[in-house]
Design a protein around this ligand. Structure first.
Ligand SMILES: *[C@@H]1O[C@H](CO)[C@@H](O)[C@H](O)[C@H]1NC(C)=O
Ligand SMILES: *[C@@H]1O[C@H](CO)[C@@H](O)[C@H](O)[C@H]1NC(C)=O
Ligand SMILES: *[C@@H]1O[C@H](CO)[C@@H](O)[C@H](O)[C@H]1NC(C)=O
Length: 623
C-alpha cells in the first residue's frame, strides 16, 4: 500500500514536469513544421497499394509500450515486435529505441487537383488534441497538419470535438517498376532528425546515400519525411528493457497513469487531480490491486483508467489483444509442415496443406497485404466462416502466412464443375446455400463495422467432412460499407454491375454474387462459360408467365440429374426465385441476407414479390 502511494505521488510529479515541458514545446514550434501536404502519386500505378513500414521512436509519455503504439497505427503488438526484433512485446519500451511499424500505403485522390500517397489511419480526437499535436507528437511528423486538413475537408481544425474520428495521412510511397527491378522492396518512411545526415541514415538502413538522394532529392530539411529504399528491413538490435523495480502490472499502471494524465498540452490540472483521487479510491477498493491488471480488463496493454476518466476505449486495443491470442507459427515450422512448400502439398494457388503436431492446416502464403485479411478474420467467428488458427510473418522475405483450419472436402466449385461422378443431391445443395447465407448474414449484420466479402464465388466456398459449407478467402474483404473504390477487384461473372461501373461497395454486392452461386447450385453450370457469357444473364425471362410455363423452363435450365427428385421441384423453384431477387440491378431492391436465410429455410413459403417490376435480369441486360 505504501509503495503504491509513493508511486502515485511520483506519477503526479512527473505530470507537472511534462505538463510544462509540453506546453513550452507546443508554443515555440508552431511555425517550424515542414509544410508539404503530401507526396504525389499516380493513381493508376499498379504499385499501389503496398505494405510498407514507418520508422517510429517510442516517446514519453503516451507511447512507451507496444500496445499504445499498436493502437495508434491500428496494428497488433506482434506486427511491430516481429519486424523490430523485440522478444517480449508486453514489456515497456525505452524512449528513442527504434521500431518498424507496418502500414498499408495507397494512392488517394483527395480532390481534383491532389493525388497523394499515404496510409489512412483513423484517430479519435481526445481532450486537448489538435491536428498539429497529433501529427508532430503522436505521429512524430510522419504527416503534417496541412495534409490532415486537406484529407479531412469536412472537419474544421479549430473546432474539433472529442470523439471525432479523423483520418491521419501517414506519408509513404510504394516502389515503382524501376525500383522493384533494382531490388527495392520497401521505401521505409523515416523522419529526418536534427542529428541525422544522409550517410548516417544510409548506413543505418544498409542503403547507399545515392539511392536515398535519388528518391528524396538533395534538399532534405529536418523533420521532413524521407523514404529509404531497402530490399529488406535492417536488423534492429534492441536495448535490454529496464529492470522492473515494482511488479510489472504496477509499473505499467504508472506509465499508463502518466500517459492518460499528460496526453496532451491542454489537459487540465483539475481533470488529472480528479483522476488521481479516483485512482486512489480504486486502489483502496481493490485492496491494493492495480487497475492496470491486464487480464481482468482483457485488452492489450491499455488500462481501464481511460474508461474511468470517461474516454472511449480504443477499439484497436481489442484488436491487438485479440490478434495476440492467435498462434504465431515459425517459418521453419511451416516449411517442415509443407515439405518446403512443395508442389505436392499445394491445395490451390498459394494455399498449401500442412501437418503440424498431428493437426492438418491450410497455409496461405501471401506477399504482404495479409494484414487486411487478418484484421477482418480476427473480428469474425462463425461456424460458416473458415477459421483462422494463426499466422507467421517473415519480414526478411516480405512474406506473410495465414494458417487456417483445414476443410476436408475442398471447394464447392470442384464439386459442381469438376467431379462429374459425385453429384450433390438437391438437399445437400440447399443446405450449402443456407450455410453460405448464414455466414454472409453474420458478416453483414453482426460485425461492426460491417464486413463486405467482395469475392463470393463457388471456389471460395469450402465443404467440410459433413458437407457443411464455410466461406473462405477474406483477402479482398472490406470493413465499412458504401465506400467507393477506385481499384476494382473480384471475379468475372460474379461482380455486381454497380461495383463494376461505379465502384460502389456495399453488402448488396455480396448478395449479387451469392445469387450467382445459387444459380450454379441449381444449374450446375459455371458462372461464366467458355465463350465468356455470364450465367446470370441466362435466367432472363425464366420466371415470366404462368406457373406451368415457369416450371417447364426451369426443368430445361436446371442441372439434369436434379429433376428426377420430383418432390423437390418446388424447393428448386423457391431457390431460383431467391437467386433472381438477388440479381436485381438495383442494389436497394436486392433482399438482405436475413430475408434470404428465411426464404431458403422455408422455401415453400417465399417472402419475395417477383411481380413485374421487381424482376430484374431484363433490366440488367438492358445496360
Ligand atoms: C516534429 O516537428 C516539429 C517541428 O516542425 C518539432 O518541433 C517536433 O519536435 C517534431 N516532433 C518529433 C517527435 O520529432
Ligand atoms: C521510379 O522512381 C525513381 C525515383 O523517384 C525515378 O527516378 C524513376 O524515374 C521512376 N521510374 C518510373 C518507371 O516511374
Ligand atoms: C535482436 O536483438 C538482440 C539484442 O536484443 C541482438 O543481440 C540480436 O542480434 C538482434 N537480432 C537481429 C536479427 O538483429
Amino acid at each position: 500500500m505504501k509503495t503504491k502511494s509513493t508511486h502515485v505521488r511520483a506519477t503526479l510529479y512527473f505530470f507537472f514536469f511534462f505538463f510544462f515541458f509540453f506546453f513550452f514545446l507546443c508554443n515555440i514550434h508552431v511555425q517550424a513544421q515542414p509544410s508539404t501536404i503530401g507526396y504525389t502519386c499516380t493513381a493508376n500505378q499498379s504499385a499501389y497499394p503496398c505494405q510498407t513500414y514507418v520508422f517510429y521512436r517510442p516517446a514519453a509519455p503516451d507511447f512507451l509500450d507496444l500496445a499504445s503504439i499498436g493502437d495508434l497505427f491500428s496494428v497488433s503488438r506482434l506486427m511491430i515486435s516481429n519486424p523490430s526484433n523485440i522478444s517480449s512485446p508486453a514489456s515497456p519500451l525505452i524512449p528513442d529505441q527504434s521500431l518498424f511499424v507496418p502500414i498499408t500505403c495507397s494512392c488517394n485522390t483527395v480532390n481534383s487537383s491532389i493525388t497523394i500517397s499515404y496510409a489512412a489511419l483513423p484517430y479519435t480526437i481526445k481532450s486537448g488534441n489538435t491536428f498539429y499535436i497529433v501529427s508532430t507528437q503522436f505521429f512524430q511528423n510522419l504527416t503534417t497538419y496541412q495534409s490532415v486538413e486537406v484529407v479531412n475537408p469536412t472537419f474544421e481544425p479549430t473546432r474539433l470535438n472529442i470523439g471525432d474520428v479523423i483520418t491521419f495521412p501517414i506519408f509513404c510511397k510504394c516502389p515503382n517498376v524501376t525500383q522493384v527491378q533494382n531490388g527495392v522492396n520497401y521505401l521505409v518512411s523515416y523522419v529526418f532528425q536534427p542529428s541525422d545526415n544522409v550517410s548516417s541514415i544510409a548506413s543505418r538502413f544498409g542503403a547507399t546515400t545515392q539511392s536515398i538522394t535519388d528518391v528524396n532529392g538533395n534538399n532534405i530539411q529536418t523533420f521532413d519525411t524521407i523514404f529509404v529504399p531497402v530490399s529488406r528491413l535492417p536488423n534492429l538490435t534492441q536495448p535490454v528493457p529496464p529492470p522492473l523495480v515494482v511488479g510489472e502490472t504496477e509499473k505499467k499502471g504508472a506509465i499508463i497513469g502518466l500517459g492518460v494524465g499528460l496526453g496532451v498540452c491542454a489537459v487540465s490540472l483539475v481533470l488529472v487531480l480528479g483522476g488521481w483521487y479516483r485512482e486512489r479510491r480504486m486502489i483502496k477498493k481493490n485492496g491494493g490491486k492495480s487497475y492496470g491488471d491486464e487480464e481482468k480488463l482483457g485488452v492489450g496493454g491499455r488500462s481501464g483508467i481511460g474508461l474511468k476518466m470517461g474516454e472511449d476505449v480504443n477499439l484497436m486495443a481489442d484488436v491487438s489483444g485479440c490478434l495476440d491470442k492467435y498462434r504465431v507459427f515459425g517459418i521453419d515450422e511451416l516449411r517442415e509442415a509443407t515439405n518446403g512448400f512443395d508442389e505436392k502439398s499445394m491445395i490451390q494457388g498459394s494455399v498449401y496443406k500442412g501437418i503440424i503436431d498431428g493437426e492438418v492446416y491450410a497455409i496461405k502464403k501471401m506477399k504482404w497485404n495479409a494484414y487486411d485479411e487478418l484484421k477482418i478474420l480476427q473480428k469474425v467467428n462463425h461456424g460458416n466462416l473458415v477459421k483462422l488458427e494463426g499466422f507467421c510473418i517473415e519480414p526478411e522475405e516480405a512474406n506473410c502466412y495465414l494458417v487456417y483450419e483445414y476443410v476436408e472436402n475442398g471447394s464447392l466449385y470442384s464439386w459442381l464443375h469438376q467431379r462429374k461422378n459425385d453429384k450433390l443431391s438437391w438437399k445437400t445443395r440447399l443446405r450449402i446455400a443456407i450455410d453460405v447465407a448464414n455466414g454472409l448474414q453474420y458478416i453483414h449484420e453482426h460485425t461492426r463495422p460491417k464486413v463486405v466479402h467482395k469475392d463470393i464465388k463457388s471456389s471460395n466456398i469450402l465443404l467440410d467432412s459433413n458437407m457443411r459449407a464455410k466461406i473462405a478467402n477474406f483477402g479482398l474483404a472490406k470493413s465499412g460499407c458504401n465506400a467507393i473504390t477506385m481499384h476494382i477487384v473480384g471475379t468475372q461473372g460474379y461482380i455486381a454491375q454497380e461495383y463494376l461501373t461505379d465502384g460502389v461497395v456495399s453488402t448488396k454486392m455480396d448478395v449479387f454474387s451469392y445469387g450467382v452461386v445459387l444459380l450454379e447450385l441449381i444449374s450446375g453450370r459455371e458462372a461464366i462459360d467458355e465463350e465468356g457469357r455470364v450465367l446470370w444473364a441466362s435466367v432472363n425471362g425464366i420466371l415470366d408467365g404462368k406457373e406451368e410455363r415457369k416450371l417447364m423452363r426451369l426443368r430445361g435450365w436446371m442441372e439434369d440429374g436434379l429433376v428426377d427428385e420430383s418432390s423437390s421441384m418446388e424447393s428448386v423453384m423457391g431457390a431460383l426465385v431467391v437467386a433472381v431477387a438477388c440479381l436485381n440491378r438495383d442494389p436497394a431492391r436486392r433482399p438482405g441476407m436475413v430475408e434470404i436465410v428465411y426464404a431458403l429455410s422455408k422455401s415453400d413459403d417465399l417472402v419475395f414479390d417477383i411481380s413485374e417490376d421487381g424482376f430484374s435480369p431484363r433490366q440488367v441486360m438492358a445496360r
